[in-house]
Design a binder for this molecule. Sequence first.
Ligand SMILES: [Zn+2]
Length: 397
Amino acid sequence: MRKALTHAILSSVGFLLLLGASAAAGVEVFDIRYWTAPDHTRIVLDLNQLAYYDVFELRDPCRLVIDVKEARSLVKTKELLVNDQVVSKVRWGYFKPDVLRVVIDLVRASRSTVFTLKKYLDKPDRLVIDVFRTDLEQNEEEKRSSFKKSFQGTRIVVIDPGHGGEDPGAIGPSGTQEKTVVLQLAKKVRDLINGEAGFKAFLTREKDYFIPLRQRWKIAKQYDADIFISLHTNASFNRKKKGAEVYCLSQQGASQEAARILAAKENASDLIGGVDLSACSSEVDSILVSLEQTRTINEGLMLGKTLLQEMKTVNSINFPEPLQAGFAVLKAPDIPSVLIEVGYISNPTEEKVLLRREFQGKVAAAIKKSVVLFCRDIHREIAFAPEAQAGSVPGAS
Ligand SMILES: [Zn+2]
């Protein structure tokens, strides 16, 4: 416990950030909220501008303290009850007349990262505090990696409901949020797949919190997944636009301009949902799609084609083939991955349809059927063409 605390203190020193001369001339904090994930809690402060701040930790009881300089709170309350596994309460007040002190009461010693996010689209400047319980993180990882062993011979499918938490995804004309629709749908897909002998499905998130794009396929890897499917709903300025689309990763640029634009939009999820970019090493950022991924991408395309065949029985499809672009969430090197845009949430009619239980059930059934057909086809390929497969083992050349 002491070790964890020391680590947290040391890491906090690194987060004494100075954010430029223009900052801190009267910072206003106008909202404070939190999101609970299974292994961490995220606390977000909405600011009118970026702020100077100090971070440190106190013991007995364990607290994380953030002093926001030259700041005042416009939030009416003085505390936020959290009561999850990581944080019990967030409270704030003035340490000095112009220093707003935010105190986070921790359940036990934890690891923390504090970072700012610049204004982006309709999101204001934000101060983000992530508090991780290392023991819970380890539990989550161990739980995921133990499944493959206990379900040997079973096909593992990881379903990723896009967005979540700070990132609502696309928002329909009546206010329906993409993150809510895709979570409902993902649970239906999971349940149907789990009813299929020889298959087991898991979700990347079961509740409303954000997961960075890279972390989503890393979760699939921890499960040792055979298939990864990211679920989304599309949006367009043209409110008449409707129908489903399926996307795969591309090795060399986007297959069409539409795919490039969509990938840029979906990849912006990290900017909206909130990723500490200063913590990303260049090695992390420069994960390129290598030639070794050819086979995985081809399998993703096969799955994508099967999905389109099934999806067109429940909704119109806009392209007869999967389109390809550099989707960050599809970059698992060895798991066939697809991204489905189930429909256009920006279309008032389709927004309503997307929320219908019956429609979600049909889409889920179409996805489940595609998964089963794809696995049967892949299995047949492996069974009937062992030489061809051996020759194309990734990295063999
Ligand atoms: Zn999306």
